[in-house]
Ligand binder design. Structure first.
Ligand code: 6PG
Length: 471
């Protein structure tokens, strides 16, 4: 009999998503490039389920009811185009392909145009939540034509994580908007990961705290409205975990080099191209780049002498490390503010009509950056759809006004001890720049006009002015 839903690519995400769809009442057919993997799945996790296998793409397409709904979970990049090319000859008008990988939104933009021109639907859908989320309910960010979205709405509504005000999925917008939103989600993810790593480094190196003690602080943070989140929760777990070999903190055995697969970089590149300011997110990306220079850093350690580490006020476990919590909260707020700001600018430039409250809503459950703070973000944009920057919302402004001294104290102390805190310090500069009515770029303009006659505007009269600075 014919299935409701098709999946291509039996990686861990693909397997879990198809099990999720089937559990929600969508009989499924699966295809994998190597059939052995399909068999293994059907005889293993897929056994006893309403899931059938297909040996080739023609067989796969033939086993699907029309209009076909096909989710591709293959590696982002050329593999997506290859699958699209291979399956297209078998598709019929109205059939719909969904790319659930972390694709570059430019690619998705192109694929939507190409496929729609052949009367097939194409949805570029960000899927967040890792393996567990895929199985139990991810957050999903689908973009493409509204008609294509309507054809998958019942499916994704059931598959998604559910929060108090609905499923964690919504129609994002046209073209590559779903993948753009997922990319920015990941940029925020990079930011928060680095922020928590900086806090860990300070607790360890300045206060000499061990994994258990730090985990206890994270547990306290996770009980607050400002920091309660999935990433804080798993950081506590990571810090508490011991190496079974000797019972020591496992995290200390891990090489200090963080990898990346592209989305964080794309967030920053897109922001720079569109003129959006995302310094906290950039700092987290650069943190990974610096981390990869391991041999150079080890060599430089004995050549470039910094100050010795001095004890400074990071708070105590009794006050949940108050100044450090201030730095952490404000840096997380900055990451969200910068991500949302980038989305606002991208929406304007690309004509995506992104709905900020809905984006915050679907990030409240299922995804990696889910956090209680997202309710505040949703409320802020719902109350003021024209909000230019999240930091201007009264609740967030109050957080910043209360916590800025703590952040400054942490950054100053880290600087005097020679400990890098790229996200904390970038956040401090970001907030201080944003709240400075007059910045020193008047002097930059003067220099530009001096050597290049680029002209300048004046504060006291209208027009473009030039001075013969060098006589
Ligand atoms: C998610 C994650 C996931 C992604 C990596 C990307 O939302 O579930 O974002 O989709 O693969 O976490 O990050 P890296 O570049 O660090 O691999």
């Amino acid at each position: 009999s014919q299935s409701h839903f098709g999946l291509i690519g039996l990686g861990v995400m693909g397997e879990n998503l198809v099990l999720n769809a089937e559990r929600n009442g969508f009989s499924s057919v699966v295809y994998n490039r190597t059939y052995a993997k399909t068999e293994e799945f059907l005889n293993g996790r897929g056994q006893g389920r309403n899931i059938q296998g297909a040996t080739d793409l023609q067989d796969f397409v033939g086993k699907l009811e029309r209009p076909r709904r096909i989710l591709m979970m293959v590696k982002a990049g050329p593999a997506v185009d290859a699958v699209v090319d291979q399956i297209s000859p078998y598709l019929e008008e109205g059939d719909l392909l969904i790319d659930g990988g972390n694709s570059d939104y430019h690619d998705t933009e192109r694929r939507v145009k190409e496929l729609e021109s052949k009367s097939f639907g194409f949805i570029g859908m960000g899927v967040s939540g890792g393996a567990k989320g895929a199985l139990e309910g991810p957050s999903m960010m689908p973009g493409g034509t509204k008609a294509s979205y309507d054809a998958i709405e019942s499916l994704v509504n059931k598959m998604a994580a559910q929060v108090d005000d609905g499923p964690c999925v919504t129609y994002i917008g046209p073209g590559g908007s779903g993948h753009l939103v997922k990319t920015v989600h990941n940029g925020i993810e990079y930011g928060i990961e680095q922020i928590l790593a900086e806090g860990y480094d300070l607790m360890k190196r300045v206060k000499g705290m061990n994994g258990e003690q730090m985990a206890d602080v994270l547990a306290q943070w996770n009980a607050t409205e400002e920091l309660s989140s999935y990433l804080v929760e798993i950081t506590e777990v990571c810090l508490r975990t011991k190496d079974p070999e000797d019972g020591a903190d496992l995290v200390e055995k891990i090489m200090d080099q963080a990898g990346q697969k592209g989305t964080g970089l794309w967030t920053v590149v897109t922001a720079l191209q569109m003129g959006a300011s995302v310094p906290t997110i950039y700092a987290s990306l650069n943190g990974r780049v610096m981390s990869s220079l391991k041999p150079e850093r080890v060599a430089a350690e004995s050549i470039l002498k910094g100050p010795v580490i001095k004890d400074f006020d990071l708070g105590t476990p009794d006050d949940a490390m108050a100044p450090l919590m201030d730095a952490t909260v404000l840096s997380c707020i900055a990451s969200y503010a910068q991500g949302m700001e980038l989305l606002r600018i991208a929406s304007r430039d690309l004509d995506y009509s992104l709905q900020m409250p809905s984006i915050a809503q679907i990030w409240k459950g299922g995804c990696i950056i889910r956090a209680r703070l997202l309710q505040r973000i949703q409320d802020a944009f719902a109350a003021n759809p024209d909000l230019t920057n999240l930091m201007l919302d009264p609740w967030f402004a109050d957080q910043i006004n209360r916590r800025l001294p703590g952040l400054a104290k942490v950054v100053a102390g880290a600087a005097e001890s020679g400990i890098p805190v790229p996200c904390f310090s970038s956040t401090l500069d970001y907030i201080n720049s944003y709240r400075t009515g007059r910045l020193p770029q008047n002097l930059v303009q003067a220099m530009r006009d001096c050597f290049g006659s680029h002209t300048y505007q004046r504060v006291d009269k209208e027009g473009a002015f030039h001075t013969e600075w060098l006589g």
